[in-house]
Design a protein around this ligand. Structure first.
Ligand code: FES
Length: 178
């Protein structure tokens, strides 16, 4: 398989067929599993190709490295750069740095997690939003701040957060309907 077959033009699919992820995982294991300390390079390579580490691939990785699935999962959970769900169409980052936290950021992040139904580093079930923490958006005077894709929003209340998420959904529908 072309190394970046799924990355061309940001065309990482929101979900992969078994044949797609298996082919990438098997090729990665064949090329890297003999190297010392192979697990991290393997996980980076799989995520680089597929956009995430499919949970179904963990058993294959474990077998190839002669480790347990729990050990592999433990490493994935420890390093926050690894994800086991596809990246969403939009990245929503909530500032967790001091100024934002002191101005309602904690309540905002609790609201965002509850309303989207995901924790940090996860993607909503409709594939629209990946939620990430960020540590200062350089917008501290207008806390709490969030960033949606490349746009920063200031003094965001839970109600405004919901309106922004609704706006993302409407834009997605407009794109789908042409
Ligand atoms: S602390 Fe949140 S923008 Fe700086």
């Amino acid at each position: 398989m072309n190394k970046n077959a799924y990355l061309e033009g940001s065309a990482i699919p929101s979900s992969l067929t078994e044949a797609q992820w298996q082919s990438a995982v098997v090729a990665t294991l064949a090329s890297l599993n003999d190297k010392p300390g192979a697990l991290l390079p393997i996980l980076h390579e799989i995520q680089g190709q597929l956009g995430y580490v499919p949970p179904e691939s963990i058993e294959l990785i474990a077998k190839a490295l002669n480790q347990s699935s729990a050990e592999i999962y433990g490493v994935i959970s420890f390093y926050h750069q690894f994800r086991t769900t596809p990246v969403g169409a939009h990245q929503v980052e909530i500032c967790r740095a001091e100024s934002c936290q002191s101005m309602g950021g904690r309540a905002l992040e609790a609201h965002a997690k509850a309303s989207l139904g995901v924790d940090y580093h996860q993607t909503t079930s409709d594939g629209e939003v990946t939620l990430e923490p960020v540590y200062c958006l350089g917008n501290c005077a207008c806390s709490p701040s969030i960033r949606i894709d490349d746009q920063t929003y200031a003094r965001v209340t839970p109600e405004q957060f919901d309106a922004l998420m609704e706006g993302l959904k409407i834009r997605s529908l407009e794109v789908q309907n042409g």
